[in-house]
Structures are given as C-alpha cells and as structure tokens.
Design a protein around this ligand. Structure first.
Ligand SMILES: NC(=O)c1ccc[n+]([C@@H]2O[C@H](COP(=O)([O-])OP(=O)(O)OC[C@H]3O[C@@H](n4cnc5c(N)ncnc54)[C@H](OP(=O)(O)O)[C@@H]3O)[C@@H](O)[C@H]2O)c1
Length: 242
C-alpha cells in the first residue's frame, strides 16, 4: 500500500512495486490521481486498486488497510508518502496551518502505521515513510514541515523496535525531487530558476527523480534490506547538512 500514490514519489513507488510483482493499493486524497496510477500499474500487469482516503482521518487509515486485506488477503508493505506543503515564517504561521500540516504528515503516518501494524507484522514485511532533508536542516518558512518530518524519524525508531523481529520500519529523507508538487504554481522560467538555485547544493548536479526514491524504497522493503530497521536513508545526491 502506498499513500500519496496518485502523484510524484508515491506514484513512482507504486509503479516500481507493481513492476516487481506486487499487488498494489494506492491511497490518495485525489480520487482521479489514485485511479490513474492504478490504471497504469494494471497496464504493467499488476493487480492494483485505488482507494480515496485522507490519511489524517483515523477512519480512512483503517479503511485503507481493511480494503487491502479484503481484496488481496494480506498486507506486506506500507509506504507513507501522502503529503502537501505550505510555507509561512514562524511569526505568521497560524495554529490552524501548523496543526493541518502535522495532521497529514506526522499523524497520518502514525494512523496508517497503527492500522497496518498487525498485517505487516504477520506478513514479515516492512514500512517506509517519507521524511525530508528539511528534517535535518532549516529553511525559512518551513517550521511545521521540518517539525513533522523530524517527528516521522522519532516515531519510526520506536515503531521499528515494536515491529522487530518480524518486520522492519525505516525512513527515507529525500533531497529535492522533481515532482508535480515541487513545480506547483511555477512558470517554466521560475521552475528553472528554482531548480538551478537548489542544485547548487547537490553535488550530483541534478534534482532527484521520483524513481531515485522508488528504487531506494524497494531496496529497503526487498530481500536485501531485511537487517536494516529504524534507520534513515538519505537519498539526496550527496547534499551535506552539518
Ligand atoms: N518532492 C520533493 O522534493 C520532496 C522532498 C522531500 C520529501 N518529500 C516528501 O515526499 C512525499 C511525496 O511528495 P511529492 O513531491 O511526491 O508530492 P506530490 O506530487 O504532491 O504527491 C503527494 C500526493 O499525496 C496527496 N495527499 C496530500 N494530502 C493527503 C492526505 N491527507 N491523504 C492522502 N493523500 C494526500 C497529494 O494530493 P494533493 O495534490 O491534493 O496535495 C498528492 O496526490 C511527501 O511526504 C513529501 O513531503 C518530497
């Protein structure tokens, strides 16, 4: 199951999982986006369904997992990718905006992990949750985002200890990834300027592709990642933050 699987990183992960032979449940708040990913996964030969859900709602997280179990009989892997972003400096950040972002990224990750815990444990599977390089470095305007993304790492450390020895739980901290969200609202010129500025911090000299994160996710969930748990994997083109 991939939350946020209708777009960007989650979409790429869902399609890589499908290509690897998994049946895939795509959970996204945008029905049409989730359904489009499910169609693409099906076209690649996988069993795939889309479930429209808001991960910040307890009942939606439970429904995602119960649907996966009803349709496919089991749930091996959970990937928490759902998220959105807003920016405001601390002094202008309303409590409502703070709570809304924490609800999706941090509480949503908790709710989906709690709902999937028994199934993933029984299957001997794994969880991967998306943090961000911004959990480790500051950016003006992103206090709520950095707090949520750092919280995902603390939460995952504990989750890993509770899922062990049956299943794993890890975090990926992506650097800048070229997704619809990253480009949102920018003209071509603004996008190019943002990209060129951001890439100066990236030794590998380019933005990441969603597939870079998908391949790291499959490594953590696959047979070569079975003794890796409670960790954060920085997939960021070598960007260094002290
Ligand atoms: N792109 C980057 O550079 C980058 C870097 C580090 C970490 N990340 C993290 O990676 C994850 C995916 O990012 P992305 O760039 O691929 O974003 P994206 O292209 O916007 O895809 C995220 C998907 O999640 C959906 N979503 C938002 N809120 C949701 C909710 N409450 N319940 C279910 N689905 C919801 C979004 O719908 P809407 O379109 O309606 O919002 C969208 O379809 C996020 O957690 C993000 O913070 C991204």
């Amino acid at each position: 199951m991939v939350t946020g699987g209708g777009s960007g990183i989650g979409r790429a992960i869902a399609l890589e999982l499908a290509a690897a032979g998994a049946a895939v449940v795509i959970g996204d708040i945008v029905a049409a986006a989730g359904e489009e990913t499910a169609r693409e996964a099906t076209a690649r030969g996988a069993n795939a369904i889309a479930v429209t859900a808001d991960v910040a709602r307890e009942e939606d997280a439970a429904r995602l997992v119960s649907t996966a179990r009803q349709v496919f009989g089991r749930l091996d892997f959970l990937v928490n990718c759902a998220g959105n972003v807003s920016l405001a400096p601390v002094l202008e950040l309303s409590e409502a905006d703070w709570r809304a972002l924490i609800a999706v990224h941090l509480t949503g990750t908790f709710l989906c992990c709690r709902a999937a815990f028994d199934a993933v444990s029984e299957a001997g599977g794994g969880v991967v949750s998306m943090s961000s390089s911004y959990a480790f470095k500051g950016r003006p305007g992103g206090a709520h985002y950095s707090a949520a993304k750092a919280g995902i790492f603390g939460f995952t450390r504990v989750l890993a200890s509770e899922l062990a020895p049956r299943a794993t739980a890890n975090v990926i901290a992506p650097g800048p990834i070229d997704t619809p969200r990253w480009r949102h609202g920018l003209s071509d010129a603004e996008y190019a300027a943002k990209r060129d500025k951001r890439v100066k911090d990236v030794p590998m000299g380019r933005l990441g592709a969603p597939e870079d994160i998908a391949e790291a996710t499959l490594f953590l969930l696959g047979p070569h990642g079975r003794w890796i748990t409670g960790q954060v994997l920085h997939v960021n083109g070598g960007e260094f933050y002290a």
